[in-house]
Design a protein around this ligand. Structure first.
Ligand code: LHQ
Length: 260
């Protein structure tokens, strides 16, 4: 399958998505949203071999947010554009049954920053940066930024990023808890692939439940959340991977998880 705006390959059960419009810093157009939604949906289907997704960008940028040229061509108001084109992808990613790693190779701006932060694990090259670009063109943070950013770095820093529209470098983003870690630019893809490959050989149902529980914890009370944990634990306890994990521990060997 070939795509116009992304590249997609599967390596060691990791679905690697590369945003591929480098001349525009991988700005997001409608075709890119459709292609992303299609690969994420397919990777999540029962018969797919993927057990983790890795999203990165080609060239010197990760993603510069909405393509400001195609937005004007679309004829849609921004609200409808979000509802019709962005939200189906965001929900597909949020409800993914397999974990998501984002490897940030350069600027992540506007909705591109939202995409960067939607990863379960976000890892960035030293020269990457993050920009809530919306305010610079008279808009508000969308594509999930207003939900994710305050929860990651707290409202004080989130407001400053959103209202001042200034770039934050990767090292600062790491120190604020916005991302998991910063690495040298030339090791980014190796390190991101190592994390993704490790998760792709992990207990997929447990990983899926972990991402669900962390999402639920954003709005649940303590009482509800411990109920959520019990529901997830019952499911995980019945998996072949749990049996294998316990057996491997008792037999003092490395577990071989199958994702079932
Ligand atoms: C671009 C873009 C871009 C097109 C760089 N579009 N070409 C909004 C509305 C409605 C519904 C959905 O959601 C949204 C959400 C949003 O994402 S709104 C925010 C949209 N993004 C921005 O406002 C960011 C605009 N870009 C920039 O501020 C800068 O380009 C950044 C800071 C990202 C990078 O700066 P530089 O490293 O100096 O690169 P550059 O500005 O020279 O850009 C390189 C090329 O990429 C350039 O084209 P050219 O033909 O002149 O070489 C830019 O025009 C193009 N490009 N962003 N979003």
């Amino acid at each position: 399958m070939s795509y116009e705006t992304i590249e997609y390959s599967v390596v060691n059960n990791v679905g690697v998505i590369t945003l591929n419009k480098p001349e525009k810093l991988n700005a997001i157009c409608k075709t890119m949203l459709q292609e992303l939604k299609s690969v994420v949906r397919t990777a999540n289907s029962q018969k797919s071999s993927e057990r983790c997704l890795l999203i990165t960008g080609s060239g010197r940028g990760f993603c510069a947010g909405a393509d400001l040229n195609s937005k004007l061509d679309d004829g849609l108001d921004s609200g409808s554009n979000l509802l019709d084109n962005y939200h189906p992808l965001l929900l597909e990613l949020a409800h993914s049954h397999i974990p998501i790693v984002t490897a940030i190779n350069g600027i992540a701006a506007g909705a591109g920053m939202s995409l960067a932060l939607i990863g379960d694990i976000t890892i960035a090259g030293k020269s990457a940066s993050f920009l809530q670009a919306f305010v610079n063109i008279g808009l508000i943070p969308d594509a999930g930024s207003s939900f994710m950013l305050p929860r990651l770095i707290g409202p004080a820093k989130a407001r400053a990023m959103m209202m001042l529209g200034e770039k934050v470098d990767a090292t600062t983003a790491e120190s604020w808890g916005m991302i998991y870690k910063v690495v040298e630019d030339d090791t980014l893809m190796n390190e991101a692939m190592a994390i993704a490959t490790r998760m792709a050989s992990g207990p997929t149902i447990a990983l899926s439940n972990i991402r669900k529980l962390v999402a639920q914890s954003a709005t649940a009370s303590f009482e509800t959340q411990i109920q959520n944990e019990a529901i997830s634990q019952r499911q995980c306890n019945q998996t072949e991977d749990c049996k294998e994990g316990v057996s491997a521990f008792l037999e003092k060997r490395k577990a071989e998880f199958k994702g079932k």
